[in-house]
Design a protein around this ligand. Sequence first.
Ligand SMILES: [Zn+2]
Length: 301
Amino acid sequence: MQSEQTICRPVESSGVGLHSGATVHMRILPAPAGSGVVFRRTDLDGFELEAVSRNVARVSYATSLMKKGVFISTTEHVLSALIGCGIDNAIVELDNLEVPILDGSAQPFVEAISRAGIKRQRRSRTYLRIRRELELREGNKFIGVYPSDRYSVAYTINFPHPLIGKETFRVELSNGNYIREIAPARTFGSREDEAAMRHMGLIRGAARENCIVLTRTGIENPPLRYSDEFVRHKILDLIGDLALLGKRILGNVVADRAGHAMHTALVSRILRDRTLWEQTTAEEAQETESSRVQSQLQPVL
Ligand SMILES: [Zn+2]
């Protein structure tokens, strides 16, 4: 059986929030077995928000959590990195309302977790294993989840841009695939939409250093990290949003042109219907998660 895992020691990082533009100091700390991932606002007397579906507040452009009027915005990249590195329990401390965007990917969070080290805990990990399929459609958008003994994600996007068009990518979260194939993929936005988004009070912290900037015909800040970096980032986001299940999922997730709203709708529909899943402590794969992650972190860093 796989044990739950946390990090060995606190690690810190600073940056700006993509949407708020606010400067934020972040620390990731070890947490006891069974506690899950909890955000803590140090600027608000240490107020804590659990990274779970019932605290989801807003889902346009980024996923935000809210509890008793206290907000944490853009949670998806750090949660994605924690899942990707096999971390079950951690406290993410922030002294402002938004997680720092850093380079727009999950890579800096993965590096922080690697600096901290991964620690196995004395408790078996409980998985949420999908038993029946669930499919959601909204116009031409789709998301579904299907039974599997592993965790895999497939995503398709269709974006009218000469560099993107239709892209599909599939990944199984094992053998360090997340760290190699997904974590470095950055978020993206177009110069054309920028004015409108800034007018809505969004992307105040956007800069060439923290997102791929699309022009009409290309990108302003080459090179891309992968030729299909865009769809890989959508997988990164989806894994971060699925973390709000509160347990690691065993299932095959398929998405087509979905977004944060559909990702989080899938999470709440799964949690609402107890006939769709069961809890299990069965081992996910042959090798233990920590040995996979540890062996993969070295070549990446
Ligand atoms: Zn993202």
